[in-house]
Design a protein around this ligand. Sequence first.
Ligand SMILES: [Zn+2]
Length: 397
Amino acid sequence: MDTSEFFKQAEQISDDPYSRIPDHVIPVIKDENNLINVHCHIFNDTIVPKRIFNIKMPYSRRFVGNLATLLHKIIGRSNEDKLSNLAYFISLFKSPTEKIADKLVSYFDKNSIFCPLMMDMLQGRQRIVRDDEWEKYINLQFQDLNKLFKQNPKKYNFLPFIPIDPLNEKVYDIFLKAFNGEYGFKPMGIKIYPSLGYLPSHSVLMNIYKVCQEKNIPITAHCSSGKTRGFRKHVKNIVGWKVNKQGIWTQEPESKWFFSGKSYANYFNNPKNWEKVLEAYPKLKLNFGHFGGEYQWNKLLKGKNNTWVSRIMGYFARYENVYADISFTNAYPNLFPLIKDRLLSSSLVFERTLYGLDYYMVVVRGHYRSLKIDFDVAMGEKIIAKIGKENPRKFLF
Ligand SMILES: [Zn+2]
């Protein structure tokens, strides 16, 4: 589909976020006492392509398959032990979507609302998607969610974010079909995951953001230096805005060598990559997932200058619809005092931080129930009400 056809068809999308949510969730949203968790996942291992060769899910499918059996045999579940946390993560990862969803919901008050973030794991490893693979890994997620909603029409207060990957040649179709409700449900927003191997300022994404800004579609972008990533040592023809050797912003495609997965993730996930996006679309509703991540928060804790955390806060100051969710980063108790201090000392940070815990990725850090309560109690009711109730409503609606 060409760009003009995409824009033409996108005109049909409503700019009213309430048109995208199921009827039974509307009163739940309108009751401002109900919490909104903006960052969680309910997909399972079926979305990870079998022939993985350059993508690193925290735990790849084959690894998971072998390890799960082994770990379950040799250890029970205790909170102390990294391996048992990993075993628990694996057992969830291999569970049916419904089981993962029910478990998530069980940790929260009955009327809580969730934004499950979906994932496109295909393009991190190759550029051409075969139709059968498309059916298997991407469409399957839509079907899975649709089935969940159809079987239990009023059970879940879920507002899904669909995966948008500019390297997927069907991306415009996915976007339009999704927001037209052709998958059986309408998504709330879109998820961008740069470390799968693209810059957030990719020209295809710029076209999509134009529609997002016009239609009030919120975006959550992965922003930490770790987690799932693609990894190709040599990436040719990287499209989008970047700073060249002379320190000047350029759209000249570049080819780059990466000598570690970390440098790869750092290059693609850096919040600086959003500079030109926000310049072009200053009203974009954008959430930086993980708020830069625990590594960057620890740098800030040590008094380091120029962290991703500061970069994101800089965007808060310049752009009215930029947010950051604290998920996964809030599984590190050593960071609680710093997070709380920043929330209470700056009204900007207080207004723009969002609540999430990155279920179920975060269970590698311990029991979910305990991680949740430890964070909630450390922050206190005033902060949780602000970041979990008031702010997400501004971000989503
Ligand atoms: Zn996540």
